[in-house]
Design a binder for this molecule. Sequence first.
Ligand SMILES: [Fe+2]
Length: 133
Amino acid sequence: MRERVQQTLRFVIAQDGDTRHAERTAAVLRELGADEELILAGLLHDRGKPTGTRLWHRIAGVLIARFAPGLRSRFARGESTFARYLDHARRGAAQAEAEGRSPRVVRLIARHHEPPRDDDERLLARADREALP
Ligand SMILES: [Fe+2]
């Protein structure tokens, strides 16, 4: 939890933190020996995040995930920036699917905030954590 908040703060402080995070996630995956498809998923995994995402969106997202995960789907409805932020995994996956990315890449993006259930998802989750901006 503390790690996640620190990561969130670094995002905000870092110039263009999301782009750097995507590139760093892909680089970590490459270092860990992931194949090109998994590396691509790492590069694209957070692309569904809206550009107007603010610090409070990120902090509220961490707090909801930790203390009220059941409310997440309710807050993720609609077109507000916060809703789009909470729904970024699904939206990013839909975007990747529309671009013709492989089902594996689409699934990895869609599930990257769910508890990992296979080696691919564990590796992406690890790279996501380690890829501090
Ligand atoms: Fe994400």
